[in-house]
Design a protein around this ligand. Structure first.
Ligand code: HEM
Length: 136
């Protein structure tokens, strides 16, 4: 029980998240968490949840070096005019951690995914200021 699992250097984060099945489970768990989170649910009142689910799966796959291409809109375009603040961002991160834990993702892989999403923070929180700049 105390043995440590060495991380294979040639394993992608995508594989450590459980591949396509793992990422799909993470996103479905996240949708469930958002649905019960009163800090977040209001933002999604008019959202096409099927599209949101599909684009988020693509994005998490691409950002973890999986075999996908993100086909959604830029983070600045998507989150403009929502007035998202740090409290909302933290609530989403907390729900994502719960979603990953429930999916059985090891802590190291959880942290590596979060580290790849955190750089998007400014584009989500200050989306308007990024709209005329370069898009990612
Ligand atoms: C790193 C953080 C985040 C990432 C990576 C992310 C990613 C995404 C993606 C991929 C989409 C779908 C884009 C598309 O349809 O083309 C989306 C949509 C959305 N996001 Fe985020 N998001 C983040 C943070 C947040 C936060 C903090 C909130 C609010 C609390 C939020 C609220 C929404 C809403 C409401 C939509 C749906 C927009 C619509 O109805 O068209 N997001 N997000």
């Amino acid at each position: 029980a105390c043995s440590t699992q060495p991380t294979e250097p040639d394993t992608t984060l995508y594989n450590r998240l459980g591949g396509q099945a793992g990422i799909t489970t993470i996103v479905d768990n996240l949708l469930f968490e958002i649905g019960g989170n009163e800090t977040l649910i209001g933002f999604f009142a008019d959202t096409d949840i099927d599209r949101f689910r599909e684009k988020l799966i693509e994005q998490l796959c691409e950002v973890s070096d999986g075999p996908c291409e993100y086909t959604g809109d830029s983070m600045a375009q998507v989150h403009a005019d929502m007035d998202i603040d740090n409290r909302h961002f933290d609530a989403l991160v907390t729900d994502l951690i719960t979603a990953m834990t429930e999916a059985g993702v090891p802590t190291g892989a959880q942290n590596d995914l979060l580290a790849r999403l955190v750089p998007m923070h400014d584009e989500v929180i200050h989306a308007e200021e990024h709209l005329n700049g370069d898009e990612r």
